[in-house]
Design a protein around this ligand. Structure first.
Ligand code: ATP
Length: 429
């Protein structure tokens, strides 16, 4: 964990937010490679969940929302964590995370637990009175429920169909911890899949399999991944069944994604509170029903951290130690680095030509500093799968050397065939 956090800081994946003012606890900024990695995680999710399916459509709903939404969804009354104060050192903790012992001072005496609501409350407009109260969404899901009828009407979808969204959510976590694992501002990737109620169990199982496989496809090893079903006492207020995809973090198994059968809880609640009809009418059969909802809910920032932990390796190349991020090429911050062998002017025009021929297709880095060996190490450390070296022979034979991050094998490839060759390698990964 320390090594990955160190790498993130050293190479600019993640910065402490407001660092020049001493930092703002539990908020992070994503630097140049970090923003690429995070974007790639979200794009890979979007591709699997929306682009490659004809039964799921996208949505981007507002973060600011009126109390009515959270009143109806049950979050105003139920979205709480049990807060206790240590009677000895007065630190505050989430009761269900500390097993009766204060992590700060070891005391076992606490105040009675109080239900602490995790939603951030603010005011919309210039007057800070009750009528102006607004909330930052604690999950993206409610946007899909409040827009259910809009999407149904405008897309003519019929159950089973889904609405997917990627975006920021905010929770006033009592104890944010473990770097970007639990923060107060984070990004979610959620999909609400609306199904005929009798098919809910079947679709729940289907999405468990799909989501578990996605992490494997993106390079996480089977030994680091498991599915864990929730016991009845663990279920959220809306859920009939939940299972988590868990990753083996350095502190043990912990959640990456929750897959829940939310039943018709949310649509019924919003229909009742708003007076709108939130149901599906099947014309051919004349059947009218409120769909059940299967929800795979993942965290983009938390998942990014799991990919980093899983990819981090230290090995030896030619007797020299190196740090390498074995990220899936789809996720790597840069797919290619173009490295002119020397700073000499004679190489510059061809190196630039190679770079501009690759840029429309891949995220590229360009580095002319230091020895070629050091530049390879720098690229290994941020997970760049291929380095393209332009040398003095390249001017005559119009070919470049492609060096593979994982095997360090090198191959000579004609400049004209380079895009196709790299595309082929990514597709094979
Ligand atoms: P926990 O019990 O750990 O507080 P949760 O079960 O309430 O989390 P969900 O509401 O199921 O979490 O949220 C779906 C996903 O959103 C989680 O699996 C996680 O990846 C992500 N997520 C939730 N809270 C946070 C947070 N504070 N920081 C980062 N990611 C989060």
């Amino acid at each position: 964990m320390d090594k990955v956090v160190g790498l993130c800081k050293r190479r600019g994946f993640v910065f402490q937010s407001a660092e020049i003012y001493g930092g703002f606890r539990s908020t992070y900024d994503y630097g140049p490679p970090g923003v690429n990695l995070l974007r790639n995680v979200k794009n890979a999710w979007w591709e699997a969940m929306v682009q490659r399916r004809d039964d799921v459509v996208g949505l981007d709903a507002a973060v600011l929302s009126p109390p009515a939404v959270w009143q109806a969804s049950g979050h105003l009354s139920n979205f709480t964590d049990p807060l206790v104060d240590c009677r000895h050192c007065h630190q505050r903790w989430r009761e269900d995370r500390i097993e009766g012992v204060c992590p700060n001072c070891g005391s076992t005496e606490f105040t009675e637990a109080r239900a602490f609501n995790l939603m951030f409350k603010t005011h919309a407009g210039p007057i800070e009175d009750e009528g102006a109260v607004a909330y930052l969404r604690p999950e993206t899901a409610q946007g899909m429920f409040t827009n259910f009828a809009n999407v149904l009407q405008t897309t003519r979808k019929k159950p089973p169909f889904g609405i997917a969204q990627v975006g920021k959510s905010f929770r006033n976590e009592i104890t944010p911890q473990n770097f970007v694992f639990r923060t107060r501002e984070f990004e979610q990737m959620e999909m609400e899949y609306f199904v005929p109620p009798r098919e809910a169990d079947e679709w729940f199982r289907y999405w468990l399999d799909e989501r578990y496989r996605w992490y494997l496809d993106m390079g996480i090893h089977e030994s680091e991944l498991r599915l864990r079903h929730h016991g009845a006492d663990e279920l959220s207020h809306y859920s009939a069944a939940t299972a988590d995809v868990e990753f083996l973090f350095p502190w043990g198994w912990d959640e990456l994604e929750g897959i829940a059968n939310r039943t018709d809880f949310d649509l019924l609640a919003h229909a009742e509170a708003s007076g709108e009809r939130l149901e599906y009418f099947d014309q051919p059969s004349g059947e009218r029903y409120v769909p059940y909802v299967i929800e795979p809910a993942a965290g983009a920032t938390r998942t990014m951290m799991a990919f980093l932990l899983s990819a981090y390796h230290e090995d030896e190349v030619g007797g020299e130690a190196r740090t390498v991020l074995r990220l899936h090429p789809r996720l790597a911050p840069y797919q290619v680095a173009v490295l002119p062998l020397s700073k000499k002017e004679t190489l510059a025009p061809l190196a630039r030509e190679v770079l501009t021929s690759l840029q429309p297709h891949f995220m590229c880095d360009f580095d002319v500093t230091q020895s070629i060996g050091r530049r390879y190490r720098r690229q290994d450390e941020v997970g760049t799968p291929w380095c393209v070296t332009v040398d003095f022979d390249s001017i005559d034979d119009r070919a470049v050397t492609v060096r593979d991050r994982d095997t360090t094998d090198q191959a000579r490839v004609p400049v004209e065939g380079l895009v196709a060759e790299l595309r082929r390698r990514i597709d094979r990964a």
